[in-house]
Write a protein that binds this ligand. Structure first.
Ligand SMILES: NC(=O)c1ccc[n+]([C@@H]2O[C@H](COP(=O)([O-])OP(=O)(O)OC[C@H]3O[C@@H](n4cnc5c(N)ncnc54)[C@H](OP(=O)(O)O)[C@@H]3O)[C@@H](O)[C@H]2O)c1
Length: 275
Protein backbone atom coordinates (compact mmCIF):
# COMPACT_ATOMS: atom_id res chain seq x y z
CA UNK A 1 0.00 0.00 0.00
CA UNK A 2 1.76 3.11 -1.19
CA UNK A 3 -0.84 5.72 -0.40
CA UNK A 4 0.37 6.29 3.16
CA UNK A 5 3.68 6.18 1.42
CA UNK A 6 6.23 8.87 1.07
CA UNK A 7 3.86 11.57 2.29
CA UNK A 8 4.73 10.49 5.86
CA UNK A 9 8.29 11.45 5.35
CA UNK A 10 7.82 14.66 3.48
CA UNK A 11 9.31 16.30 6.57
CA UNK A 12 11.31 13.20 7.58
CA UNK A 13 11.65 12.26 11.23
CA UNK A 14 11.96 15.93 12.13
CA UNK A 15 8.24 16.28 11.36
CA UNK A 16 7.22 13.42 13.66
CA UNK A 17 6.03 13.79 17.25
CA UNK A 18 6.16 10.32 18.70
CA UNK A 19 4.85 8.75 21.89
CA UNK A 20 6.88 5.65 22.74
CA UNK A 21 5.75 3.38 25.57
CA UNK A 22 8.22 0.94 27.09
CA UNK A 23 10.95 3.54 26.56
CA UNK A 24 12.68 2.57 29.82
CA UNK A 25 13.17 -0.94 28.40
CA UNK A 26 15.62 -2.35 25.89
CA UNK A 27 13.89 -1.93 22.53
CA UNK A 28 11.83 1.17 23.41
CA UNK A 29 14.88 2.94 24.81
CA UNK A 30 16.99 2.17 21.72
CA UNK A 31 14.14 3.33 19.50
CA UNK A 32 13.61 6.58 21.43
CA UNK A 33 17.30 7.36 21.12
CA UNK A 34 17.36 6.54 17.39
CA UNK A 35 14.37 8.82 16.74
CA UNK A 36 15.75 11.68 18.88
CA UNK A 37 19.03 11.47 16.94
CA UNK A 38 17.03 11.76 13.70
CA UNK A 39 15.35 14.91 14.91
CA UNK A 40 11.92 13.63 16.01
CA UNK A 41 10.18 15.04 19.07
CA UNK A 42 9.76 12.08 21.40
CA UNK A 43 7.49 11.66 24.42
CA UNK A 44 8.86 8.67 26.30
CA UNK A 45 6.99 6.63 28.84
CA UNK A 46 7.59 3.71 31.18
CA UNK A 47 7.51 3.15 34.93
CA UNK A 48 11.20 3.63 35.73
CA UNK A 49 11.47 7.41 36.17
CA UNK A 50 15.24 7.28 36.66
CA UNK A 51 15.92 5.65 33.28
CA UNK A 52 13.42 7.93 31.54
CA UNK A 53 14.92 11.09 33.07
CA UNK A 54 18.45 10.07 32.11
CA UNK A 55 17.34 9.69 28.48
CA UNK A 56 15.41 12.98 28.51
CA UNK A 57 18.44 14.76 29.98
CA UNK A 58 20.65 13.45 27.18
CA UNK A 59 18.33 14.91 24.50
CA UNK A 60 16.75 17.95 26.19
CA UNK A 61 15.62 19.46 22.87
CA UNK A 62 13.97 16.29 21.64
CA UNK A 63 12.84 14.08 24.53
CA UNK A 64 10.24 14.59 27.26
CA UNK A 65 9.51 11.89 29.83
CA UNK A 66 6.22 10.97 31.50
CA UNK A 67 6.27 7.98 33.83
CA UNK A 68 3.08 5.93 33.83
CA UNK A 69 1.89 2.46 34.73
CA UNK A 70 -0.19 1.69 31.66
CA UNK A 71 -2.40 -0.74 33.56
CA UNK A 72 -3.56 2.17 35.73
CA UNK A 73 -6.43 4.24 34.23
CA UNK A 74 -5.33 7.52 35.86
CA UNK A 75 -1.76 7.11 34.64
CA UNK A 76 -3.01 6.32 31.14
CA UNK A 77 -5.18 9.38 31.13
CA UNK A 78 -2.23 11.54 32.28
CA UNK A 79 -0.16 10.13 29.44
CA UNK A 80 -2.90 10.74 26.88
CA UNK A 81 -3.10 14.37 28.04
CA UNK A 82 0.67 14.73 27.72
CA UNK A 83 0.51 13.26 24.20
CA UNK A 84 -2.25 15.75 23.35
CA UNK A 85 -0.14 18.66 24.62
CA UNK A 86 2.87 17.35 22.68
CA UNK A 87 0.66 16.97 19.56
CA UNK A 88 1.88 13.41 19.00
CA UNK A 89 1.04 12.07 15.54
CA UNK A 90 2.72 8.70 16.05
CA UNK A 91 2.20 6.10 18.77
CA UNK A 92 4.68 3.28 19.26
CA UNK A 93 3.37 0.58 21.59
CA UNK A 94 6.59 -0.99 22.90
CA UNK A 95 5.63 -1.63 26.54
CA UNK A 96 5.31 -5.28 27.37
CA UNK A 97 6.20 -8.01 29.75
CA UNK A 98 6.72 -11.76 29.81
CA UNK A 99 6.52 -14.64 32.25
CA UNK A 100 8.39 -17.65 31.00
CA UNK A 101 7.44 -20.95 32.52
CA UNK A 102 5.01 -23.75 31.88
CA UNK A 103 1.36 -22.83 31.89
CA UNK A 104 0.41 -25.14 34.78
CA UNK A 105 2.64 -23.09 37.08
CA UNK A 106 1.01 -19.72 36.20
CA UNK A 107 -1.36 -18.22 38.77
CA UNK A 108 -4.58 -16.37 37.94
CA UNK A 109 -2.76 -13.18 38.94
CA UNK A 110 0.15 -13.90 36.53
CA UNK A 111 -2.29 -14.41 33.66
CA UNK A 112 -4.28 -11.27 34.49
CA UNK A 113 -1.12 -9.16 34.80
CA UNK A 114 0.36 -10.24 31.50
CA UNK A 115 -2.87 -9.76 29.57
CA UNK A 116 -3.37 -6.40 31.32
CA UNK A 117 -0.07 -4.89 30.19
CA UNK A 118 0.54 -6.62 26.87
CA UNK A 119 -2.98 -6.50 25.54
CA UNK A 120 -5.62 -4.56 27.48
CA UNK A 121 -3.50 -1.50 28.24
CA UNK A 122 -2.17 -1.39 24.67
CA UNK A 123 -5.69 -1.42 23.24
CA UNK A 124 -6.96 1.09 25.79
CA UNK A 125 -4.11 3.55 25.20
CA UNK A 126 -4.44 3.25 21.42
CA UNK A 127 -8.19 3.82 21.56
CA UNK A 128 -7.79 6.83 23.86
CA UNK A 129 -5.27 8.41 21.47
CA UNK A 130 -7.15 7.62 18.28
CA UNK A 131 -9.37 10.74 18.15
CA UNK A 132 -6.26 12.89 18.40
CA UNK A 133 -4.34 10.88 15.79
CA UNK A 134 -7.25 11.24 13.39
CA UNK A 135 -6.97 15.01 13.46
CA UNK A 136 -3.54 14.99 11.79
CA UNK A 137 -2.90 14.85 8.05
CA UNK A 138 -0.61 11.86 8.65
CA UNK A 139 -0.55 9.64 11.72
CA UNK A 140 0.70 6.22 12.60
CA UNK A 141 0.21 3.49 15.20
CA UNK A 142 3.03 0.96 15.54
CA UNK A 143 2.66 -2.04 17.82
CA UNK A 144 5.40 -4.43 18.82
CA UNK A 145 4.33 -8.04 18.71
CA UNK A 146 6.70 -10.98 18.52
CA UNK A 147 7.61 -14.09 16.55
CA UNK A 148 5.43 -15.65 19.25
CA UNK A 149 2.49 -13.73 17.80
CA UNK A 150 2.55 -16.20 14.90
CA UNK A 151 4.06 -19.28 16.49
CA UNK A 152 2.62 -20.98 19.56
CA UNK A 153 5.62 -21.98 21.65
CA UNK A 154 6.02 -24.16 24.76
CA UNK A 155 6.79 -22.18 27.90
CA UNK A 156 5.27 -19.01 26.39
CA UNK A 157 1.58 -19.83 26.51
CA UNK A 158 0.11 -16.63 27.98
CA UNK A 159 2.67 -14.45 26.19
CA UNK A 160 1.74 -16.11 22.88
CA UNK A 161 -1.94 -15.52 23.63
CA UNK A 162 -1.28 -11.78 24.08
CA UNK A 163 0.96 -11.44 21.03
CA UNK A 164 -1.36 -13.40 18.72
CA UNK A 165 -4.10 -11.04 19.90
CA UNK A 166 -1.98 -7.93 19.22
CA UNK A 167 -1.38 -9.12 15.68
CA UNK A 168 -5.12 -9.53 15.15
CA UNK A 169 -5.70 -6.14 16.74
CA UNK A 170 -3.24 -4.44 14.38
CA UNK A 171 -4.61 -6.17 11.28
CA UNK A 172 -8.24 -5.38 12.13
CA UNK A 173 -7.46 -1.79 13.10
CA UNK A 174 -5.45 -1.26 9.89
CA UNK A 175 -8.44 -2.40 7.85
CA UNK A 176 -10.89 -0.36 9.95
CA UNK A 177 -8.80 2.80 9.45
CA UNK A 178 -7.99 2.14 5.78
CA UNK A 179 -10.12 5.09 4.64
CA UNK A 180 -8.61 7.48 7.20
CA UNK A 181 -5.22 9.16 7.46
CA UNK A 182 -4.04 6.88 10.26
CA UNK A 183 -1.76 4.01 9.23
CA UNK A 184 -1.23 0.94 11.39
CA UNK A 185 1.94 -1.14 11.50
CA UNK A 186 2.77 -4.38 13.29
CA UNK A 187 6.37 -5.32 14.08
CA UNK A 188 7.39 -8.80 15.23
CA UNK A 189 10.88 -8.88 16.72
CA UNK A 190 12.56 -12.22 17.40
CA UNK A 191 14.56 -12.86 20.59
CA UNK A 192 16.28 -9.65 21.62
CA UNK A 193 18.87 -9.10 24.33
CA UNK A 194 16.89 -7.09 26.89
CA UNK A 195 15.82 -7.37 30.52
CA UNK A 196 12.69 -9.16 29.34
CA UNK A 197 14.69 -12.34 28.91
CA UNK A 198 16.00 -13.98 32.06
CA UNK A 199 19.40 -15.71 32.16
CA UNK A 200 17.56 -19.05 31.83
CA UNK A 201 15.88 -17.85 28.64
CA UNK A 202 19.21 -16.65 27.28
CA UNK A 203 20.72 -20.05 28.09
CA UNK A 204 17.78 -21.76 26.38
CA UNK A 205 18.23 -19.62 23.26
CA UNK A 206 21.93 -20.52 23.23
CA UNK A 207 21.18 -24.23 23.66
CA UNK A 208 18.67 -24.16 20.79
CA UNK A 209 20.93 -22.03 18.59
CA UNK A 210 18.33 -19.24 18.36
CA UNK A 211 19.60 -15.91 17.04
CA UNK A 212 19.34 -13.07 19.55
CA UNK A 213 19.32 -9.48 18.28
CA UNK A 214 20.73 -6.39 19.95
CA UNK A 215 18.02 -3.82 20.83
CA UNK A 216 19.80 -1.21 18.69
CA UNK A 217 19.51 -3.49 15.64
CA UNK A 218 15.78 -3.96 16.29
CA UNK A 219 15.34 -0.19 16.65
CA UNK A 220 17.07 0.39 13.30
CA UNK A 221 14.88 -2.25 11.62
CA UNK A 222 11.79 -0.44 12.95
CA UNK A 223 13.07 2.96 11.77
CA UNK A 224 13.69 1.46 8.34
CA UNK A 225 10.25 -0.20 8.23
CA UNK A 226 8.55 3.11 9.06
CA UNK A 227 10.56 4.96 6.43
CA UNK A 228 9.64 2.30 3.86
CA UNK A 229 5.96 2.47 4.85
CA UNK A 230 5.74 -1.24 5.65
CA UNK A 231 2.54 -2.52 7.24
CA UNK A 232 4.15 -5.54 8.86
CA UNK A 233 7.69 -6.48 9.67
CA UNK A 234 8.81 -9.82 10.98
CA UNK A 235 12.46 -9.78 11.95
CA UNK A 236 14.66 -12.80 11.09
CA UNK A 237 14.74 -15.07 8.05
CA UNK A 238 14.54 -18.42 9.92
CA UNK A 239 11.70 -17.02 12.05
CA UNK A 240 9.84 -15.91 8.90
CA UNK A 241 10.30 -19.35 7.40
CA UNK A 242 9.17 -21.12 10.57
CA UNK A 243 6.05 -18.99 11.01
CA UNK A 244 5.05 -19.48 7.34
CA UNK A 245 5.54 -23.22 7.79
CA UNK A 246 3.43 -23.01 10.95
CA UNK A 247 0.58 -21.53 8.91
CA UNK A 248 0.88 -23.91 5.96
CA UNK A 249 1.92 -27.13 7.67
CA UNK A 250 1.44 -26.86 11.44
CA UNK A 251 1.91 -30.58 12.08
CA UNK A 252 5.52 -30.29 10.81
CA UNK A 253 6.13 -27.54 13.36
CA UNK A 254 4.41 -29.64 16.06
CA UNK A 255 6.94 -32.40 15.37
CA UNK A 256 9.92 -30.01 15.37
CA UNK A 257 8.84 -28.46 18.67
CA UNK A 258 8.19 -31.89 20.21
CA UNK A 259 11.87 -32.61 19.59
CA UNK A 260 12.81 -29.32 21.33
CA UNK A 261 10.48 -29.91 24.28
CA UNK A 262 12.91 -31.82 26.55
CA UNK A 263 15.45 -28.97 26.16
CA UNK A 264 12.79 -26.33 26.84
CA UNK A 265 11.62 -28.27 29.92
CA UNK A 266 15.19 -28.48 31.22
CA UNK A 267 15.58 -24.67 31.15
CA UNK A 268 12.11 -23.89 32.44
CA UNK A 269 11.77 -26.17 35.41
CA UNK A 270 10.88 -23.25 37.63
CA UNK A 271 8.56 -20.33 36.98
CA UNK A 272 10.35 -17.11 36.14
CA UNK A 273 8.63 -13.77 36.13
CA UNK A 274 10.02 -10.64 34.57
CA UNK A 275 7.88 -7.54 34.78
N1 LIG B 1 13.15 -8.97 24.23
C1 LIG B 1 12.65 -9.85 23.39
O1 LIG B 1 13.20 -10.97 23.24
C2 LIG B 1 11.43 -9.52 22.59
C3 LIG B 1 11.14 -10.33 21.47
C4 LIG B 1 9.99 -10.05 20.72
C5 LIG B 1 9.18 -9.00 21.08
N2 LIG B 1 9.48 -8.24 22.17
C6 LIG B 1 8.54 -7.17 22.51
O2 LIG B 1 9.18 -5.91 22.39
C7 LIG B 1 8.60 -4.99 23.33
C8 LIG B 1 9.72 -4.36 24.16
O3 LIG B 1 10.36 -5.40 24.91
P1 LIG B 1 11.82 -5.27 25.53
O4 LIG B 1 12.56 -6.45 25.11
O5 LIG B 1 12.36 -3.92 25.26
O6 LIG B 1 11.44 -5.46 27.06
P2 LIG B 1 12.01 -4.73 28.38
O7 LIG B 1 13.42 -4.34 28.21
O8 LIG B 1 11.65 -5.64 29.50
O9 LIG B 1 11.11 -3.41 28.45
C9 LIG B 1 9.75 -3.49 28.71
C10 LIG B 1 9.20 -2.09 28.79
O10 LIG B 1 7.80 -2.17 29.07
C11 LIG B 1 7.52 -1.33 30.18
N3 LIG B 1 6.42 -1.83 31.00
C12 LIG B 1 6.22 -3.07 31.50
N4 LIG B 1 5.11 -3.09 32.25
C13 LIG B 1 4.60 -1.83 32.22
C14 LIG B 1 3.48 -1.20 32.80
N5 LIG B 1 2.62 -1.87 33.59
N6 LIG B 1 3.26 0.11 32.55
C15 LIG B 1 4.12 0.81 31.76
N7 LIG B 1 5.19 0.28 31.18
C16 LIG B 1 5.44 -1.02 31.42
C17 LIG B 1 8.80 -1.37 31.00
O11 LIG B 1 8.79 -0.25 31.87
P3 LIG B 1 9.61 -0.25 33.28
O12 LIG B 1 10.87 -1.05 33.05
O13 LIG B 1 9.87 1.19 33.51
O14 LIG B 1 8.73 -0.90 34.26
C18 LIG B 1 9.83 -1.29 29.92
O15 LIG B 1 10.00 0.04 29.51
C19 LIG B 1 7.60 -5.81 24.16
O16 LIG B 1 6.32 -5.62 23.62
C20 LIG B 1 8.06 -7.24 23.94
O17 LIG B 1 6.99 -8.14 24.09
C21 LIG B 1 10.60 -8.45 22.92
Amino acid sequence: MRWFGKRVFLGGWAAQRVLITGASGGIGHALAEALAKRGAQVLISGRNQEVLSALANRYPDHVVAVSADLTNAEDRSRLVNAARMAECNMLINAAGSNQQGFFDTASDHDIEQLIAINLTATLQLTRALLPQLMTYPRAMIITLGSTFGQLGYPGQVTYCATKFALRGFSQALRRELADTRVRVMYIAPRATRTAMNSPQTEALNAALGNAVDAPDAVALAIVDAVEQQREELQIGLPERFFTRLNTLWPSAVDRALLRQLPVIRRFMTSKESVS
